[in-house]
Design a protein around this ligand. Structure first.
Ligand code: NAD
Ligand code: GLY
Length: 346
């Protein structure tokens, strides 16, 4: 089993191995004295893996209930959060009990926020079941829900007690969802690790399972390093947002409905690299194409740029964007928003 220790204000381990889901009970029992758990999951993941997780927890002596909600971003809502709180009350969950997020980033984000806020904070474990959740959202402690004013606008930093990554569960992901996770993996290669980028560019969506554990390990290890230096997102952590400035704009332009985050990241990385580091454009685009990810957009820049001005990374009239002048090295650039628009529209 591969292990990565995350040394944040509340340190924890990420465990990576095929087949770990059916051992989650014994693994969780090693990090908590609690023996009462609530699994939070969505209907798709619950149907596929809920029983395996619950059986394993029960075998290890946990009393276990499950809260299931409809899959999809629309469930990362205040009303669903309220339903989770009500369920925890009904189960008489106390501060010494534990929540288990079994699912993708939607489940992880809302369960993490419920854990951060219920009874002013209880422990939670992440069992991420999408590639995006394994390499990104389950590690680093960002939790959130969406409100009508915007995506992820209400949240908290709350590190999990443990993260369990079982790449076998990724085999049931729709190909498009797997591809979306690859958008984030390619990002890690671009910002920090040319060898990882080479590994990914020598595979495709069809063969990526052969390198899954190695790739997931490398991506999480990069996230570990960044988060350990800047747990609360005050500077360096911003490099994780390579491709996200225009990516978020693309998602927002589509009203967060039919355009996936990972596709936005891929298109965003390609668009900014095309303009500002064109020497790497072809390699980046080829890699995205191998994973069936978009490499640009037909939406005119003048329609996308207004959405960039609402980015959470911005300060006053300036915008912070990330650029990779070498594959494996990222730089944060702060410029007046008008200058960014001129660069991108040029
Ligand atoms: P998701 O959680 O909606 O999962 C995508 C779909 O895949 C869902 O329909 C889900 O039911 C299904 N699914 C999940 N695992 C499956 C499996 N093993 N087999 C079959 N189907 C499965 O989406 P996501 O892409 O995992 O996460 C997106 C969310 O993550 C967004 O809300 C985003 O804001 C958030 N996010 C958070 C962070 C963070 O740092 N906290 C980072 C990146 C993204
Ligand atoms: N997903 C970006 C971050 O964790 O900071």
């Amino acid at each position: 089993m591969k292990k990565i220790s995350i040394r944040t204000s509340h340190p924890y381990e990420v465990l990576i191995e095929r087949g770990l889901l059916s051992k989650c009970g014994e693994l969780i029992a090693q990090v908590t004295s609690s023996r009462k758990a609530v699994i939070v999951t969505d209907d798709t993941v619950g149907g596929l893996y809920g029983d395996i997780a619950a059986d394993s927890l029960k075998k290890s002596g946990f009393e276990c209930d499950t809260f299931t909600f409809p899959h999809g971003e629309q469930s990362k809502s205040l009303s669903n959060l309220g339903d989770i709180y009500d369920f925890l009350c009904k189960c008489n969950i106390t501060r010494s009990d534990i929540l288990i997020a079994l699912g993708g980033g939607v489940v992880g984000d809302i369960t993490g926020f419920a854990a951060a806020s219920f009874l002013r904070g209880i422990d939670f474990v992440q069992i991420p079941t999408t590639l995006l959740a394994q390499v990104d959202s389950s590690v680093g402690g960002k939790t959130a829900i969406d409100i009508p004013g915007g995506k992820n606008l209400v949240g908290a930093f709350k590190q999990p007690l443990l993260v369990i990554c079982d790449s076998d569960v990724l085999k049931t992901l729709p190909k498009e969802t797997l591809a979306e996770g690859m958008g984030e993996c390619i990002k890690y290669g671009m910002i920090r690790d040319e060898k990882l980028f080479e590994l990914m560019e020598s595979h495709t969506l069809e063969t990526v399972d052969d390198i899954m554990d190695e790739m997931v390990y490398s991506c999480i290890d990069i996230k570990r390093d960044v988060v350990e230096h800047d747990e609360f997102d005050r500077g360096e952590r911003m490099i994780l947002n390579f491709g996200h400035t225009l990516g978020h704009a693309l998602e927002a332009w589509h009203h967060y409905t039919d355009y996936a985050h990972g596709c936005g990241v891929a298109a965003g990385m390609c668009l900014i690299t095309d303009k500002l580091a064109p020497q790497h454009s072809e390699r980046l685009k080829k890699c995205c194409e191998a994973y069936k990810l978009p490499t640009g957009t037909d939406i005119p820049m003048n329609e996308l740029l207004p959405f960039c001005s609402k980015d959470k990374k911005n300060e006053a009239k300036n915008i912070n964007y990330i650029i990779c002048n070498e594959i494996g090295k990222a730089e944060i650039v702060k410029v007046p928003f008008g200058e960014f628009c001129r660069l991108m529209e040029d």
